[in-house]
Design a protein around this ligand. Structure first.
Ligand code: NDP
Ligand code: HSE
Length: 404
């Protein structure tokens, strides 16, 4: 019998209990042993619920119980999650978490501790919800040098942008829906400002190169400035707008950023809609491989968490090697990163095209029926630094979106 404790009985934690209950037999077959949920820890009471009799409010009960083999954390945040993770590992328990904030900040330290204790610190659900991506990076893509990772890594923002562009709904209405569906973070600013995607690309990039990427070093833009007018221009150009987390290796330089991008249907991520996430990984020998599926939500996320529980149970006294050292991976300034830019500017094209050409060189103007008082243009490929210089010299820029 493998005893586990679940910390946090919210969207993901309650999903973990449901998945283990629903698939009890098939999970037991895979492990060769039964899983028993011995405790659920939460701040609240859950009267008349299936966990009523195993609910505790004191972590010490769990950490001091020698029968608990695996602690599953789905509380979120770093406090008290970090101290609970440390204490669990120090007490010889494996720790499985969906908490990307914890993983992005303390991943290397907790992995080192898990190795020392011959236990496991697993976090499949921390990136891409239900999509297997952490295990493939650690265990399958090991013959390759990873050259590039591009992901739609946040279900909430992809859901919002899909609904805004395809159904013409407004931002606040769709955000509320995403919250009700259990996709959004407790503080949805983490989703819409890109911080969540930033932590996820930091985790993936750290695992791809084996060194720690500090998410605070990653240039991050969210989707709060994207409006219905941007979607109209994108449609006119035959494109969609997606929030990407990207990292890339160029020789001995590493770049990472989170920002909205306009892409067309040549990009495999073009059709990744709604709460779905897609992660495109380029290996130097494999070429492109894409991971696709539900990026958030109760059961898909719980499925990934429970896959970690199964792995931890199968490796009860064996540490599964994951290479992520605390040595910092220095990221290069994105000033050198290059793309085309879609730019909206107030005024009329007749009056401004000469000035724009002076600053941006050869550009392609775009207009959309019914949008007045402004127009847009698409630049040639230019660096971030060149773009900033040209933009500073040009009056009336409303917004700009990078293009692939
Ligand atoms: P919820 O807010 O739905 O659930 C968190 C639960 O943990 C709540 O019941 C909360 O109680 C409880 N909790 C918080 N602090 C403590 C504490 N100190 N002691 C005991 N219980 C505590 O969050 P989610 O389930 O959505 O997310 C959990 C984690 O999983 C987060 O890190 C999130 O980023 C991550 N995640 C979420 C996904 C999703 O689709 N929702 C997908 C992938 C990852 P109370 O409500 O009383 O505060
Ligand atoms: N809030 C996150 C998202 C949950 O929307 O992607 C999954 O990590």
């Amino acid at each position: 019998m493998i005893n586990i404790a679940v910390l946090g009985y919210g969207t993901v934690g309650s999903g973990v209990v449901e998945v283990i209950t629903t698939n009890k037999e098939s999970i037991a077959k895979r492990i060769g042993d039964d899983i028993n949920i011995k405790y659920v820890l939460d701040l609240r009471e859950f009267p008349n619920s299936p966990i009523e009799n195993i609910l505790v409010h004191d972590f010490d009960t769990i950490v001091n119980d020698e029968e608990v083999d695996i602690v599953v954390e789905a509380m979120g945040g770093t406090n008290p999650a970090y101290s609970f993770a440390k204490a669990s590992l120090e007490h010889g328990k494996s720790y499985c978490t969906s908490n990307k904030e914890l993983v992005a900040k303390y991943g290397p330290e907790l992995l080192k501790l898990s190795e020392k204790m011959n236990k496991n610190f697993l976090f499949e659900a921390s990136v891409g919800g239900g999509i297997p991506i952490i295990r493939p990076l650690n265990q399958s893509l090991t013959a390759d040098e990873i050259m590039e990772i591009t992901g739609i890594l946040n279900g909430t923002t992809n859901y919002i942008m899909t609904k805004m562009s395809k159904e013409g709904l407004d931002f606040d209405t769709v955000l509320k829906e995403a919250q009700e569906l259990g996709y959004a973070e407790r503080n949805p600013e983490a989703d819409v400002e890109g911080y969540d995607a930033c932590r996820k690309i930091a985790i993936l990039t750290s695992l791809a190169y084996g060194q720690h990427v500090d998410y605070e070093d990653i240039y991050t833009e969210g989707i709060t400035k994207i409006t219905d007018i941007d979607f109209k221009y994108a449609a006119k150009l035959g494109k969609v707008i997606k929030l990407f987390g990207k990292s890339r290796r160029a020789g001995d330089k590493f770049f990472a950023m989170v920002a909205p991008f306009m892409i067309d249907d040549n990009n495999p991520l073009y059709s990744v809609n709604g709460v779905l996430n897609g992660i495109l990984v380029k290996g130097n020998v494999l070429g492109d491989v894409m991971f696709y599926g539900s990026g958030a939500g109760k059961l898909p996320t719980a499925s990934a968490v429970v896959s970690d529980v199964v792995d931890a149970a199968k490796h009860k006294n064996t540490h599964i090697m994951q290479i992520w050292s605390s040595k910092k991976l220095e990221l290069s300034d994105i000033a050198d990163a290059k793309s085309r830019f879609f730019v909206r500017i107030s005024g009329s094209a007749d009056m401004k095209m000469e000035e724009i050409a002076d600053h941006f060189g050869d550009v392609k103007p775009v207009s959309v029926d019914g949008v007045t008082g402004e127009f847009a243009f698409v630049t040639q490929v230019m660096s971030e630094a060149e773009f900033e210089k040209a933009a500073e010299a040009t009056e009336g820029i409303i917004t700009r979106i990078r293009m692939e």
